[in-house]
Design a protein around this ligand. Structure first.
Ligand SMILES: NC(=O)c1ccc[n+]([C@@H]2O[C@H](COP(=O)([O-])OP(=O)(O)OC[C@H]3O[C@@H](n4cnc5c(N)ncnc54)[C@H](O)[C@@H]3O)[C@@H](O)[C@H]2O)c1
Ligand SMILES: O=C(O)C[C@H](O)C(=O)O
Length: 329
């Protein structure tokens, strides 16, 4: 039995993400939570002839029943950016939303794998960590910031330049999930040696600021939803596949480096005392099985790390202190 709860299930990401999850034969219960419209979304999805039973839960009074005993909780709840905003501008509203959902998960589904999509991911993941610590149910192997969209974009944009199959080209993207904290390691991708430094820098910027392309094109109507649903489903389904079947799947994801202290040693050597970083992770039955080395980084990429680390540090402490110095939970 695998119960997956989507919090924010009626939203721009939540609906297509739930549709993609409904197609998985591994999920037996798909629980849809939002503060609006989930009865309709759940009724609609429940007519699809796949295995998962679909239930809809609306409003905070129904959060406990929605989330109780979930194996996986995916959180795309909260407001998206409008043109001119940074992801950090969303903190004011989304921090409280993620905190409240994390409190419910800590109380009613403390063993769930937590997949955090809500922005700013660099800060919302530390919020979830601190809530779980507060309730004494913290396990860094089970809390993930979903950065898969950066990897999906990197595969697409790099393939446009070097050719090949975007569906199978893997580009490691480490760091965080906002602007200069997004660190594509193009030097590790076979075929990028054909590119000029100018092309490398241009595609790196495109990956770092890919979200802005969509925000601009949507012109006030939100940010990436469909590509995020694709990426979020890929990540959540990898978590489920690894947990249920023990399949060793490698995916870059934003985790606390305590999730595998030994494995994180080489990352720590580069990022110093930074606690969180998106790193290549081998997923397994218990979530993070191993943190894998970030591998060789060239001089240009080193410079990108130097820009990313201070910004990430600020984002992380902003999220953590929202709980540790915030109102009593
Ligand atoms: N990690 C990533 O790569 C990535 C990519 C795209 C978007 N995002 C982020 O995902 C979030 C959602 O984006 P969207 O486009 O789906 O927004 P949206 O406004 O379309 O949907 C958000 C949903 O969250 C719901 N919601 C609000 N408060 C809630 C609460 N307390 N509990 C449960 N649900 C609640 C809303 O009712 C709405 O249905 C944003 O913060 C956005 O920045 C992250
Ligand atoms: O750009 C955004 O605000 C949404 C998301 O983080 C993205 O990368 O598309």
């Amino acid at each position: 039995m695998v119960k997956v709860t989507v919090c924010g299930a009626a939203g721009g990401i939540g609906q297509p993400l739930s549709l993609l999850l409904k197609q998985s034969p591994l999920i037996t219960h798909l629980s849809l939570f939002d503060i609006v419209n989930t009865p309709g979304v759940a009724a609609d999805l429940s007519h699809i002839n796949t295995k998962a039973k679909v239930t809809g839960h609306v409003g905070t009074a129904q959060l406990e029943e929605a989330i109780k005993d979930s194996d996986v909780v995916v959180i795309p709840a909260g407001v998206p950016r409008k043109p001119g905003m940074t992801r950090d501008d969303l903190f004011k509203i989304n921090a409280g939303i993620v905190r409240d959902l994390a409190v419910a998960a800590a109380k009613f589904a403390p063993k769930a794998f937590m997949c955090i999509i809500s922005n700013p991911v660099n800060s919302t993941v530390p919020i979830v960590t601190e809530v779980f610590k507060h309730f004494n149910v913290y396990d860094p192997k089970r809390i993930f910031g979903v950065t898969t969209l950066d990897i999906v974009r990197a595969s697409t944009f790099v393939t446009e330049l070097i050719g090949g199959d975007a569906a199978t080209l893997r580009v490691p993207v480490v760091g965080g999930h906002s602007g200069v904290t997004i660190l594509p390691l193009l030097s590790q991708v076979a075929g990028t040696d054909k590119l000029s430094q100018e092309q490398i820098e241009a595609v790196t910027k495109r990956i770092q600021f890919g979200g802005d392309e969509v925000v601009k094109a949507k012109d006030g109507a939100g940010s990436a939803t469909l590509s995020m649903a694709f990426a979020g489903a890929r990540f959540a389904l990898n978590i489920v596949e690894a947990a249920v079947n023990g399949t060793a799947i490698t995916e870059c994801t934003y985790v606390h480096l305590d999730a595998d202290k030994e494995g994180a040693k080489d990352t720590k050597a580069v990022v110093g005392e930074l606690e969180y970083f998106s790193v290549p992770v081998q997923l397994g039955r218990n979530g993070v099985e191993k943190i894998l080395p970030i591998g060789a980084v060239n001089n240009y990429e080193k410079k990108l790390f130097d820009e990313a680390v201070p910004e990430l540090k600020g984002n992380i402490s902003k999220g953590a202190s929202f709980i540790t110095e915030g109102a009593k939970l």
